[in-house]
Design a protein around this ligand. Structure first.
Ligand code: DGJ
Length: 732
């Protein structure tokens, strides 16, 4: 619901449990009055601008005599150069050569549903009644730049989205230099900043640090969202835990350079902004042209970090992931990479498929090495035709399909090897700047997908394979960061648009692919989880989480990833890594889109039997894991010895608990306290038949110490709701 109260000049934006309040102040300034737990509508008179120390802080001549200054007010969309010295949301270079920007309120519009964002991934609704949208029009009276601030609130989940639509309504060109998608000004600083840092094979590691006066935050300037920092941040109230306390979650639906910046000012208030990173960003707006910022997602939970995660999970499962695979059961796959790398031929893959089929696996993915002359990673990216010396692709696919299995293939469309036919034909198609030799990473350059002619070439090449063969799944990889970021197609006035145009090019290509082949299951990947972001999830319902398949290392990665991403999106495979036994490898991989990454022909009989059992468990628990609520019961960043998580069905009638002993500790006895159950109900433990109340399971806990005594041990506990047992029976 969104309401405008014209007696108080406030907008009240509500989700079921949260309120976001914007006030129109004197002189058309827009104030960010409140974000948090839902407020009653009739109480809003109390909210006012902050009365803070504003010594030395200027303001426009009309407001200055009243003591008001934009420097200490909670600004909804702060502008550059007009006296708010905190980090600004927008800065525009005008034809006079300065970047002073000033946006004042002009009007608003409230309507059901959510506007489309052409070319950009965003949360969507299937029915107008699922959300409401507020558009507030702001205008700079001097430059005639119009900014429409767009807010949508959902009715079935506690999510608020924001983006901004700029339009140049002046007769001269303007240059956008900084355009954040969102700003939230909170009245205090008693928060910890939670972010997810990482690197290749160690993605999304949880880090929590107290806010301090000054600037802090995360960013990417790598051309993609990157392994280094996920475009996610949370502000957790001091003392907030997994289960208690106020937590704000911020997520940016974008796969390129971004920043999430928090600033604590001299009045101990906190401003947090999200948007495209402004290093190497400028965008020319000719008269009449528009620019759309990517979408920012906000959630607020008063039930700790766990509550925040579950809000993101529901929103992404229902409003971000699209297409036929959104709710359709994903096939259980086996991927050839760790089993064979580049060393395979048709018969070897057929042998994999035969053995995999016997184990109950449903999809064979042929990873890398099938095209051009690629037998190692030094060549052929860009030459997307079958390496016939190595492979009879038709025979392979026909054989796999004849076994009633699906077939998947690997591409890295945004890359080009210097040793490729494509590069020899079009050396200017790689990302580069004049006069400098492009840097190499993994022996490859980046292909300039900001150009339509380049995208057309790659797409046509992909089509010639996808049209000829029946391919059910496609893994889209991206294995380096961008340097010397420029395009031969952009003149110097537009050179700074390259990074954003590159991301838009990727989105356009993925959109073309998924629209042309709607049945294709697309899995994104970037050297593991280097582009695991909500932008990519708009096109592919699952992403390869990490190249690290060590089940113990994976725990930290999967726990971190789960902060904002649902289980249905996380590629998780059992590999030959011998850190633990297969049981634990399976228990850990079950958390995500389950699969195998090993040579099935090399498994001994005992392991094959275990794999068959895991396949059954995959089917048995699929719905619970993919549609249930996740509870992180013991997090590896809090306990280095043991971790535990559970999925609880939406009706709270079933839970699957997994506990993993990461390393041995002296004191092993502990009671694991479950979460999310109905305290009044009774639950039966599968296997031993014990029945206990939800209250007992949650408040007293279950003793699991004996079952996970040694390093790498793990157990699963499956509880299902049953009728209340006879009391006499239980007391006898
Ligand atoms: C990096 C990916 O993360 C791996 O899974 C694999 O696809 C390789 N690339 C192939 O080159």
């Amino acid at each position: 619901m969104i309401r405008f109260d014209d007696s108080k000049n406030v907008f009240h934006l509500c989700t079921p449990e949260t309120s976001y309040i914007i006030g129109i102040y004197d002189e058309g300034l827009l104030l960010n009055l409140y974000y948090g737990k839902r407020l009653p509508d009739n109480d809003l008179w109390y909210l006012s601008r902050r009365q803070s120390c504003a010594s030395f802080s200027p303001c426009d001549p009309v407001l200055a005599p009243t003591g008001f200054s934009v420097d200490v007010a909670p600004m909804e969309y702060p502008t550059n150069g007009r006296g708010d010295f905190r980090v600004s949301a927008v800065s525009v270079l005008n034809s006079d050569g300065n970047t002073v920007t000033d946006l004042r309120y002009e009007g608003y519009r409230i309507y059901p549903g959510k506007p489309d964002m052409p070319g950009l991934p965003h949360l969507y609704v299937t029915d107008q009644s699922q959300c409401d949208t507020l558009e507030i029009t702001m205008r700079d009276p001097y430059t005639n730049l119009t900014a429409v601030l767009v807010y949508s609130v959902f009715h079935d989940c506690d999510v608020l989205t924001k983006h901004v639509r700029f339009r140049n309504d002046s007769p001269v060109p303007l240059k956008l230099c900084r355009v954040m998608s969102s700003c939230v000004d909170l009245p205090e600083m008693q928060y910890d900043l939670v972010t997810l840092y990482g690197r290749h094979a160690k993605e999304r590691q949880f880090v929590r640090r107290p806010l301090a006066h000054g600037l802090q935050g995360i960013r990417s300037v790598r051309g993609s969202s990157s392994h280094a920092q996920n475009p996610f941040a949370a502000l957790a109230q001091k003392g907030a835990t997994e289960t208690t306390g106020n937590v704000y979650g911020f997520h940016f639906i974008y796969s390129g350079n971004y920043e999430i910046t928090a600033e604590v000012d001299f009045n101990a208030t906190t401003r947090i902004l999200m948007g495209i990173q402004d290093t190497d960003f400028q965008w020319e707006l000719l008269p009449g042209e528009s620019f759309l910022t990517p979408e920012a997602v906000h959630v607020f939970s008063d039930q700790g970090i766990g509550g925040m995660s579950r809000m993101f999970h529901r929103a992404y499962n229902d409003h971000l992931i699209r297409g036929v695979w959104q709710y359709r059961k994903r096939p259980l796959l086996i991927n050839s990479w760790e089993a064979a790398y580049f060393d395979f031929d048709t018969d070897k893959l057929i042998a994999f498929a035969k053995q995999a089929k016997e184990l109950g696996i449903e999809l064979l993915v042929m990873d890398d090495g099938w095209f051009g002359k690629r037998n190692n990673d030094t060549n052929s990216l860009g030459d997307w035709f079958v390496n016939r010396q190595k492979l009879d692709l038709g025979r392979l696919i026909d054989t796999v399909h004849a076994m009633d299995m699906k077939f998947g293939i690997w591409y890295e469309p945004e890359m080009i090897s210097p040793d490729s036919e494509l590069y020899r034909a079009h050396p200017d198609w790689c990302v580069h700047v004049p006069g400098r030799v492009p840097s190499l990473a993994r022996h490859q350059y980046v292909l300039d997908v900001s150009r339509k002619d380049v995208r057309d070439n790659i797409f046509d090449q992909m089509r010639s394979v996808l049209d000829k063969y029946t391919i059910d799944y496609l893994k889209w990889d991206f294995n380096r960061n961008l340097s010397e970021a420029g395009s031969a197609a952009l003149d110097s006035a537009h050179a700074q648009e390259f990074f954003h145009r590159f991301v838009l090019g990727t989105y356009e290509l993925q959109d073309r692919l998924t629209t042309t082949y709607p049945q294709l299951l697309l899995e994104n990947c970037s050297g593991g989880g280097g582009r695991f972001d909500p932008g990519m999830l708009y096109y592919s319902p699952q992403i390869w989480t990490s190249d690290n398949t060590d089940p113990i290392e994976r725990l930290m990665i999967q726990f971190g990833t789960s902060l904002c991403y649902p289980a249905s999106t996380m590629g998780a495979h059992v590999s030959a890594c011998d850190r633990t036994g297969y049981a634990t490898k399976g228990n850990v991989a079950l958390w995500g889109t389950f699969g195998y990454e090993l040579d099935p022909c090399k498994l001994d009989d005992e392991t094959k039997a275990l794999v068959k059992q895991q396949v059954q468990e995959y089917h048995k628990y699929y719905d619970l894991i993919h549609t249930g609520d996740l509870y992180r019961l013991i997090c590896p960043w809090e306990n280095p010895f043991c971790c535990a998580w559970s999925f609880v069905s939406r009706d709270r009638k079933e839970t699957l608990v997994t506990v993993v002993r990461m390393r041995h500790e002296e004191q092993t006895l502990f009671h694991l306290k479950l979460q999310g159950l109905d305290p009044q109900r009774y639950y039966q433990l599968e296997g031993n038949g014990a029945v206990c109340s939800g209250a007992l399971l949650m408040y007293a806990g279950v003793d699991v110490a004996d079952s996970v005594d040694n390093d790498g041990d793990s157990i699963k506990l499956h509880f299902v709701a049953v009728d209340k047992p006879d009391t006499d029976e239980r007391t006898r």
